[in-house]
Design a protein around this ligand. Structure first.
Ligand code: GRF
Length: 225
């Protein structure tokens, strides 16, 4: 069966890369299970043995693989091992979900527009590891969530979806993070659903959304599903 025919009959296969607790992974798994995303998570790969994301995968009956960076001489070699696993599982999409390593230029080149990332801020603001803390420290009134295709930079690739989160007076990193994460858990599955349905068209940096859902969200001002 060709990969197009397989995608049409059983949906996409997703590889998730995660280093941490994996709440976004869980949202993606749940969205596949409910049929919101036409597809399934085929493999979860982590660079941290103790990542709870691996445990979530196991509990869901999904192949969970720990790759120890210590066993690889370079980022390139590590990513090559990862690429082998992804190819073996015939994955159509790689979703980074709290994955704390930069991807090598080779990996990006070979998988361009097939790797997504989620970032807890409105790119290009506050790239890097502490986006929520940085937004709060800067004093912005609005921050949010970005899902984007990965490129060689840190949180710099073509934007797929963004959604705002207002900063409240008295917010702490924890209270703001709670609202940001709640948005993440809706926005990432939506971006993956649109990808799976072939409704994202990339024109240079601009990602067009070929589905009325985006207009509806803008008009209503809420994530309505
Ligand atoms: C999320 O805030 C995501 O935006 C960022 O890392 C965090 C991962 O959280 N890239 P989790 O592991 O999915 O709970």
């Amino acid at each position: 069966m060709s990969s197009e025919a397989r995608r049409a009959s059983e949906g996409i296969r997703i590889a998730v890369l995660a280093s941490g607790s994996g709440t976004n992974l869980q949202a993606i798994i749940d969205a596949c299970r409910s049929g919101f995303i036409p597809g399934r998570v085929s493999v979860v790969i982590s660079d941290r043995k103790e990542a709870f994301a691996l445990e979530r995968a196991r509990r869901a009956g999904i192949k969970a693989i720990f790759l120890d960076p210590k066993n690889y001489a370079s980022r390139q070699e590590f990513d090559r091992a990862m690429a082998d696993i992804i190819a073996r599982h015939e994955c159509d999409l790689v979703a980074m979900a709290g994955y704390m390593r930069l991807l090598s230029p080779e990996f990006i080149r070979d998988h361009y527009l097939r790797v997504m990332n989620i970032h807890p801020a409105l790119c290009p603001s506050f790239p890097g590891m502490h986006a929520i803390r940085d937004a709060l420290a800067y004093g912005v009134k609005v921050t949010g969530v970005t899902v984007h295709f990965a490129d060689e930079g840190t949180d710099t690739g073509p934007v797929i979806l963004q959604y705002p989160v207002f900063v409240r007076d008295g917010d702490t990193e924890d209270t703001l993070a709670e609202r940001v994460h709640a948005v993440e858990h809706k926005l990432y599955p939506l971006a993956i659903k649109l990808f799976a349905e072939g409704k994202l068209r990339c024109e240079g940096r601009l990602v067009r959304i070929l589905d009325p859902v985006w207009e509806t969200i803008i008009e209503r001002g809420e994530l309505t599903w």
